[in-house]
Design a protein around this ligand. Structure first.
Ligand SMILES: *[C@@H]1O[C@H](CO)[C@@H](O)[C@H](O)[C@H]1NC(C)=O
Ligand SMILES: *[C@@H]1O[C@H](CO)[C@@H](O)[C@H](O)[C@H]1NC(C)=O
Ligand SMILES: *[C@@H]1O[C@H](CO)[C@@H](O)[C@H](O)[C@H]1NC(C)=O
Length: 355
């Protein structure tokens, strides 16, 4: 089935279409340059409340989108919307409390703590190809101090600049819409405002911030509440929470998720023998020091089309062609990728001779 027919196929539900498509896509993890984002409204939610995952800046070329539970799995589909057909459908993990909207947003009603976790929005073009993906973490609190809650209008939020940082780089967690009349700011690692998770606090009027138990020496707290993280390590992605105390003794909190990129290193493609007689077999290996990567084989600069004479190992790092035919002669490369980066090996050539 051509990819373009997948989303449009008659007789199959759009959801089946997407799952078919997803299985064709080895590279659904790669997000493109599109700046699609999502936000939670309200930012903090307690058991029994409703939360809306608002989608912003959907790519223009999209014809379908789907919400998934989790970061990577395409099996935990919640709901799909096909704009082309103007229909939506539930996915395998739809709980009956979710509503998907044409504008990309997803409403989740009567949340429970079990709903906590990552939610991922993926958008597809008319050919069923993934255009962009974005994820957001939902933390469902057992309860919220209502006195600490704030109006949705003008509530403080935090943005990470840049949204995702390379290992060793720096990220500024910047406060937007800070309230007036602030007495103090305090930053915590994670979602909870526990004392031993405190990184640092800043009390207005004092000259310098006070560091807390979770201070690593690589954080700088500014007077406006922003937190600069230097030399970010792979261990540091995750959630950061800012607590703001106001002069009326009310407190507000906002959480941000820091993403740390771990770019892949260039893989090496190897071939056991470069010259192989027809009908013998050729074995290619893709060597990559990285874990959690996807591997793709490239033949003469195009994705390798597997035939019945080709066998790939489960992680795709090994490729065997048996028996080799003349049409298999050419240049082979392998490409490894993760959510943040993609690198291609140098080519290896396969020459096929007569017996
Ligand atoms: C999609 O379908 C709904 C009813 O199911 C209808 O109200 C709406 O106008 C349709 N939108 C488009 C763009 O066709
Ligand atoms: C999308 O639609 C929902 C439901 O109608 C609405 O609450 C939400 O504000 C819309 N989102 C955007 C970004 O317009
Ligand atoms: C693949 O592309 C590279 C760079 O564009 C080019 O040098 C090479 O000759 C191409 N190989 C084949 C087999 O087309």
């Amino acid at each position: 089935m051509a990819e373009s027919s997948v989303l449009l196929c008659k007789g199959c539900t759009p959801w089946q279409g997407i799952l078919l498509t997803a299985s064709l896509l080895n590279f659904w993890l790669l997000s493109t340059g599109a700046h699609m984002t999502t936000e939670l409204v309200p930012l903090q939610v307690a058991e029994g409340e409703n939360v809306l995952f608002l989608a912003h800046d959907l790519p223009e070329s999209l014809t379908a989108f789907a919400w998934f539970k989790g970061l990577r799995s395409t099996k935990k589909g919640i709901a799909l919307y096909s704009l082309y057909q103007n229909v939506s459908g539930p996915g395998p993990v739809h709980s009956g409390r979710e509503t998907i909207y044409r504008n990309g947003s997803l409403l989740l009603e009567k949340v429970t703590q079990k709903d906590s976790g990552f939610y991922t929005l993926r958008t597809y073009n008319i050919r069923g190809k993934l255009i962009a993906t974005t994820s957001i973490y939902l933390h469902v609190h057992a309860f919220l101090w209502k006195c600490g809650r704030f109006d949705i209008s003008g509530q403080p939020t935090i943005e990470s600049v840049p949204p995702s940082v390379a290992e060793g780089g720096s990220a500024l967690l910047r406060v937007r819409n800070p309230p007036e009349n602030i007495i103090a700011f305090a930053w915590f690692k994670g979602m909870t405002v526990l004392k031993d998770q405190e990184i640092a606090r800043y009390i207005t009027g004092r000259k310098s911030p006070v560091t807390g138990p979770a201070y690593s020496g690589r954080e700088t707290l500014y007077q406006d509440g922003s937190l600069l993280l230097h030399g970010v390590t792979r261990k540091e992605p995750g959630l950061y929470t800012l607590r703001i105390l106001r002069t009326d003794m009310k407190s507000e909190a906002a959480t941000v998720q820091l993403q740390v990129d771990k770019p892949v290193t260039q893989p090496t493609a190897q071939i056991t023998e470069t010259t192989v007689a027809g009908r013998r077999s050729a074995i290619l290996t893709c060597i990559s020091p990285d874990t959690d990567v996807s591997i793709r084989w490239i033949f003469n600069n195009k994705t390798l089309q597997l035939t019945e004479r080709m066998f790939v190992s489960p992680t795709k790092c090994g490729l065997q062609i048996h028996p080799v035919k003349r049409e298999n002669a050419g240049e082979y490369k392998c490409e490894v990728s993760n959510q943040f980066s993609l690198k291609t090996s140098l080519p290896v050539s396969l020459v096929v001779t007569n017996e």
